[in-house]
Design a protein around this ligand. Structure first.
Ligand code: ZN
Length: 102
């Protein structure tokens, strides 16, 4: 993707926290992640499995699940582990297909 899909401005790579270099639109002041990529969302439980983790991302006020794009060469499970560790600084100590315990 060479141009912003919202405004058409040429994109330039910019360092995005936890993501590395990501195409950035100066006009929209927004990162433009590839729109064809596959992403994961993670439901992260505490050890007693009675709470889930929500985070704030990129300075936004909303609370969301930990999520992120699958990188080239990763499978979805590897992405889940990487994203949790990058976004929260917590370490995944066990995991199943649908439950993550940290
Ligand atoms: Zn733009």
């Amino acid at each position: 993707m060479k141009h912003c899909y919202e405004c058409g401005t040429a994109l330039a790579p910019k360092k995005c926290e936890h993501e590395g270099l990501v195409p950035f639109c100066d006009s929209c002041n927004s990162f433009r992640f590839p729109i064809f990529s596959t992403a994961v969302s993670c439901i992260v439980f505490n050890q007693t499995e009675d709470k889930i983790l929500l985070i704030q991302q990129y300075g936004r006020p909303d609370y969301i699940l930990v999520a992120g794009y699958i990188s080239q060469g990763e499978n979805a499970e590897q992405t889940v582990i990487r994203e949790i560790e990058e976004e929260t600084g917590l370490t995944v100590i066990s995991h199943q297909s649908s439950v993550i315990v940290i």
